[in-house]
Design a protein around this ligand. Structure first.
Ligand SMILES: Cc1ncc(COP(=O)(O)O)c(C=O)c1O
Length: 451
């Protein structure tokens, strides 16, 4: 479906907003030039150049929902580090924990007494009894894939088409055109990863059943809602069928809740009573300090124990030196106690509903063939009238120029949303006025595009 916005209007906005961005940000421009001398691609991490801007915005300070850039402009941040700062930038309990605990040792490669409390909190919040800390969610996914292969004796994994689970090699495969191929976006991979990974469309029960009944899949790695290709919701009953089929075929079901942590205390799976064999998440769980986690059911953990008992301890290819560090564990405790609570989520979801309604009202008022989806505190609009059913459909409707024009317009007027898609997240310090400012600026942008 073609958006009812003229390509010429999009192009004009992209050009105008790029010029305005350059005029507004001389210090960021100078810093960018300077940084290019020693940072590969000019930035500490290369995604920082993927914001669709003439040069990166250099951020001086981030606090709560506010960012201040090097040129002194203030922003309302609805990107929140692409979920890494889901509970706000440097919220007081996290800053206090860093100051307090940071003075007593950051990493020792030994457990701290806090670990007992944190293990119990994780079991309480997420309903799985056994946990491990990693450096990132990508690492957690890699570890769970290894364990799944080890305990099932199977080599293959299964993912949904157009998924994203971090930089995990085996997940970079797609199935557009029916055939499974390496995702062309993967840099420097000599192996044919399609030999290890089956790909089916989200919500396609017959294809899923056919792939699993062969009995050669170690684990299904899935988000309960696809969140990295716009947002794709599970059809009624799909996740329950996924659970049944994985059980019947002896396949480990791994739910990657890295983004769907926004749903509720315990994530999306828990909110619908789904019981996976393993859970994975990361990003905001240590308040913005790198940390990932994976949790296992009692049965999965027992299989790991049996496997390790037969194999013996020692090097395994699982775990990294700084994972499970004293400071990570202390920060995870803070986040679980202070933010992973029902009152915090009730407030977040109330505000996110208001944001969803506001964006929907703008879409309706201007008769745009767009829609908006919300998963807990996370809201996303897509430039297509009906929600896509699977990753392929979603990948076909992403309209990069419109997305980029909207992002630039908002940014130049003090509002930041997530660069790679149209995700807007609220945090505990987001206010109703902040949401109103986003909606009003979004409406002004849409009005200009339609004129
Ligand atoms: C669903 C999902 N899983 C895992 C990851 C990887 O997280 P990280 O980049 O922090 O390792 C991401 C990153 O966006 C994600 O969206």
């Amino acid at each position: 479906m073609k958006p009812s916005i003229a390509d010429s209007a999009v192009k004009a906005m992209l050009e105008r907003e790029a010029k305005l961005y350059v005029q507004r940000n001389p210090k960021s421009q100078a810093l960018s030039a300077e940084a290019s001398a020693h940072w590969l691609r000019g930035v500490p991490m290369q995604w920082m150049v993927d914001w669709g801007l003439p040069f990166p915005l250099f951020v001086d300070e981030a606090k709560g929902i506010n960012l201040k850039d090097a040129d002194g402009h203030s922003y309302l941040d609805f990107c929140l580090g692409d979920t890494g700062a889901m509970f706000g930038h440097s919220p007081k309990p996290v800053a206090d924990c860093l100051a307090r605990e940071g003075a007593h040792g950051l990493t020792t490669m030994l457990p701290s007494p806090d670990a007992t409390k944190v293990g119990a909190l994780l079991a309480d919040r997420f309903g799985l009894p056994f946990w491990q800390v990693t450096a990132t969610a990508s690492d957690a996914n890699r570890a769970v894939i290894r364990w799944s292969r080890a305990i099932t004796g199977r080599q293959k994994i299964l993912v949904f088409n157009h998924c994203y689970h971090g930089c995990v090699d085996e997940t970079f495969v797609t199935a557009d055109g029916g055939k499974v191929i390496m995702d062309p976006s993967l840099v420097g991979e000599p192996r044919d990863l399609s030999a290890f990974t089956k790909v089916v469309e989200f919500n396609d029960v017959p294809a899923l059943e056919k792939a699993l009944r062969v009995g050669d899949v170690a684990c299904v790695l899935a988000e309960p809602v696809m969140t990295n290709v716009g947002m794709v919701l599970p059809a009624p009953g799909f996740l329950e069928t996924l659970r049944t089929l994985t059980k019947e075929t002896g396949t480990i079901l791994v739910m990657d809740e890295t983004h769907t942590l926004t749903s509720s205390v315990g994530g999306y799976s828990r909110s619908i009573g789904l019981k996976p064999d393993a859970l994975v998440f990361g990003k905001p769980i240590a308040g913005g300090i790198p940390a990932g986690l994976y949790g296992f059911s009692a049965e999965t953990a027992a299989r790991v124990h049996t496997y390790m008992g037969q194999r013996g301890e020692g090097r395994s290819g699982i775990g990294t030196t700084l994972s499970g560090s004293r400071i990570q564990v202390a920060l995870i405790r803070t986040v679980l106690e202070e933010f992973m609570t029902d009152p915090v989520f009730e407030a977040l979801i109330t505000l996110a509903r208001r944001l969803e309604r506001g964006v929907a009202d703008v879409i309706i008022k201007h008769s745009l063939p767009w829609h908006v989806t919300r998963v807990g505190a996370r809201v996303e609009f897509m430039c297509v009238p009906t929600p896509p059913k699977n990753g392929y459909e979603a990948s076909q409707v992403i309209h990069k120029p419109i997305d980029e024009a909207v992002h630039r317009y908002l940014l130049n007027r003090g509002v930041v949303i997530t660069p790679f898609h149209n995700m807007m997240l609220v945090c505990p310090s987001t206010t109703g006025e902040d949401v109103t400012k986003l909606i009003e600026t979004f409406e002004a942008c849409v009005s200009e595009l339609l004129n």
